[in-house]
Design a protein around this ligand. Structure first.
Ligand SMILES: CC(C)=CCC/C(C)=C/CC/C(C)=C/CC/C(C)=C\CC/C(C)=C\CC/C(C)=C\CC/C(C)=C\CC/C(C)=C\CC/C(C)=C\CC/C(C)=C\CC/C(C)=C\COP(=O)(O)OP(=O)(O)O
Ligand code: PPV
Ligand code: MG
Length: 251
C-alpha cells in the first residue's frame, strides 16, 4: 500500500491530528477547577483551526474524548458533554460560513440522545464541498475503530459478498472511520506526555510525531505554526533510503 501523499512533496501536511492534552494541569496551576481548563482549551481549538485553514491543511482531526475518558469523575464527564453541546450549538454556523465541514468520528451510541441529535444536525448543516474538514474524535478509540472495520468486513464475508483472502490492508483501511480521508501526515500531542493513548492507531503508521510540552490551552497560533515549520523540515522516507527519496525529489 502506498502511504505517501502530496503533503509529503509540498511539505504542508494534508491532514493534521492533535491529542489536545493538559487542560486539567493548566487549570490546577491556576487553582481553578478542571473544567476551566477544558473551557480555555476551546480557544486553542479556534486558534489551530485558523492556522491550519490559512496554511492549506485540508483535514484537522482533534481528539476531544477518548473511549477511556468515561472513567473520569462523573462531574468532569458531564461538564465535557455540556461543553460539546454548547460548542455545537454556538459554532456550527461559523464553521459553515468559513467553508469548514464538520465530521464527528467515534462510537456515538453512548452519548445523550440530545447530543447525538446536535452532532447529526451540525454535520448536515456543514456538509458539502468544503475547503477544510474539521474532524472531532469523540468517544473514539483506535482499537474500537479497527474492531468496527473488522466487523463490517466480517458481515460482508458472512453475506457471501467477500472472500477472506480479499481482505487487504487497503480494504480494511477504507472501512475505518476516516476511510475516505488522507492519512494523518502530522500528529501533535501537547502536555508533555509521549504516548498515543489509543488515538488513530492504524492511521498513524507513517505520521510524523510532534510533542509539545505546552499545556493544550497554551497551544495557540505561534505554537501551531511552529509545529508546521518543524514538519516542513522532516524527510519522510516510507521505508526507502534518503538517497532514494532525494533522487525522487530531483526527478
Ligand atoms: C477554510 C479556509 C481554507 C479558510 C481560509 C481562511 C481562514 C484563515 C479561515 C479561518 C476560519 C476561522 C475563522 C476559524 C475559526 C474557528 C471557527 C469558525 C469555529 C471554532 C469552532 C470551535 C471552537 C469548535 C468546533 C467544534 C464543534 C462545533 C463541535 C464539536 C463538539 C465536540 C464533540 C467537541 C468539541 C471539542 C471542543 C470544542 C472542546 C473539547 C475540550 C478540549 C479542548 C479537550 C478535551 C481534552 C480531553 C478530555 C482529553 C485529552 C485528549 C484525549 C481525548 C485523550 C488523551 O488524553 P488523556 O489525558 O486521556 O490520556 P492519558 O490517560 O494521559 O494517556
Ligand atoms: O487534558 P486533560 O484533561 O487530559 O488534562 P491533564 O492531562 O492535565 O490531566
Ligand atoms: Mg491528559
Amino acid at each position: 500500500m502506498d502511504n505517501s501523499n502530496v503533503g509529503a512533496v509540498m511539505a504542508i501536511p494534508r491532514h493534521v491530528a492533535i491529542i489536545m492534552d493538559g487542560n486539567n494541569r493548566w487549570a490546577r496551576k491556576r487553582l481553578l477547577p478542571g473544567v476551566a481548563g477544558h473551557k480555555a482549551g476551546v480557544d486553542a481549538v479556534r486558534a489551530v483551526i485558523e492556522v491550519c485553514a490559512e496554511s492549506g491543511v485540508e483535514v484537522l482531526t482533534l481528539f476531544a474524548f477518548s473511549s477511556e475518558n468515561w472513567q473520569r469523575p462523573a462531574e468532569e464527564v458531564g461538564a465535557l458533554m455540556e461543553l460539546f453541546l454548547g460548542a455545537l450549538r454556538r459554532e456550527t454556523r461559523k464553521l459553515d460560513e468559513n467553508g469548514i465541514s464538520l465530521r464527528i468520528i467515534g462510537d456515538r451510541s453512548r452519548f445523550h440522545p440530545e447530543l447525538q441529535a446536535a452532532m447529526r444536525e451540525a454535520e448536515a448543516k456543514t456538509a458539502g464541498e468544503k475547503r477544510f474538514i474539521l474532524q472531532i474524535a469523540a468517544n473514539y478509540g483506535g482499537q474500537w475503530d479497527i474492531a468496527q472495520a473488522a466487523q463490517r468486513l466480517a458481515r460482508e464475508v458472512q453475506g457471501g459478498h467477500l472472500q477472506p483472502e480479499d481482505i487487504t490492508p487497503g480494504l480494511l483501511q477504507s472501512c475505518l472511520a476516516t476511510g475516505d480521508l488522507p492519512l494523518p501526515d502530522l500528529c501533535i500531542r501537547t502536555g508533555g506526555e509521549h504516548r498515543v493513548s489509543n488515538f488513530l492507531l492504524w492511521q498513524m503508521a507513517y505520521s510524523e510525531l510532534y510533542f509539545s510540552d505546552l499545556l493544550w490551552p497554551d497551544f495557540k497560533h505561534e505554537a501551531m505554526r511552529g509545529a508546521l515549520a518543524d514538519f516542513a523540515k522532516r524527510q519522510r522516507r516510507f521505508g526507502k533510503t534518503s538517497e532514494q527519496v532525494e533522487a525522487e525529489a530531483r526527478a
